[in-house]
Design a protein around this ligand. Structure first.
Ligand SMILES: [Zn+2]
Ligand SMILES: [Zn+2]
Ligand SMILES: [Zn+2]
Ligand SMILES: [Zn+2]
Length: 226
């Protein structure tokens, strides 16, 4: 589904930030700096922390900025991406350098190992109806992790706004039959979802903040795991 580029929301101060300014904001946000100071007082181990830009390939409006522990595994990132964006039927997934036909990188590799060369990683979920995600290392710092988890969400794109295909009002629902059988957007407002005639693919489903909307059996909830 296509939509206008969206800003991100800083997880710490709640401010909307343009995608190009995300790094600048995160380096100077008072709430982030406060969280870093607080983390330094914790008993967590100091290590190299990686700021990663996660981008849905070909869908500029879906992106995440994450901080990960260098000692965390690619498997932790895979789990996070499945929860927040991708999981529908437990499909296979893979990390690689160079995408399809590239060099596969095992899920047990650490973040520090995987990103030491500064290369962008490709994550593929589902080799049938594939979702492709690009993960780029933005910068690193030495310090204590901001949370007890392997991944900390720094910023996430604000929900893209879709127009109802019938009336151009904001849409909250998606009809799969429109997409698969009628080559339409499938986006519907509350009112037009109410009496929509299609049910071959079930009732219209709620639009969630994920690049996998409308693919395979995906129906959300698009919430981070922690
Ligand atoms: Zn902020
Ligand atoms: Zn599926
Ligand atoms: Zn409508
Ligand atoms: Zn429909």
């Amino acid at each position: 589904m296509r939509a206008k580029p969206t800003k991100g929301l800083c997880s710490f101060c709640g401010q909307p930030v343009a995608k190009v300014s995300a790094n600048k904001h995160l380096s100077s946000c008072a709430k982030v700096l406060e969280a870093i100071t607080k983390a330094e007082d914790s008993k967590r181990k100091r290590e190299t922390l990686f700021h990663l830009r996660v981008q849905a390939d070909g869908q500029a409006q879906y992106w995440l900025d994450l901080e990960m522990r260098g000692s965390a595994k690619l498997g932790d990132l895979d789990h996070y991406l499945r929860e927040i964006w991708l999981e529908c039927c437990g499909h296979l997934s893979q990390f690689s350098y160079g995408g399809f036909g590239g060099v596969e990188i095992g899920m047990t590799k650490t973040i520090a190992q995987a990103f030491q060369g500064g290369e962008t990683l490709t994550h593929i979920y589902d080799f049938g109806t594939e979702s492709v995600t690009l993960i780029k290392p933005v910068r690193q710092r030495e310090g204590k992790p901001l949370t007890a988890h392997p991944v900390t969400l720094l910023m996430r794109n604000i929900d893209p706004v879709f127009e109802c295909q019938e009336c151009q009002e904001p849409a909250a629902w998606l009809c799969m039959e429109c997409i698969y059988e009628h080559d339409e957007m499938g986006t519907l407002c509350d009112q037009h979802a109410e009496n929509h005639p299609h049910d071959d693919y079930g009732e219209p489903m709620r639009i969630v903040n994920s690049p996998r909307m409308g693919m395979c059996g995906y129906d959300g909830p698009a919430e981070p795991p922690y």
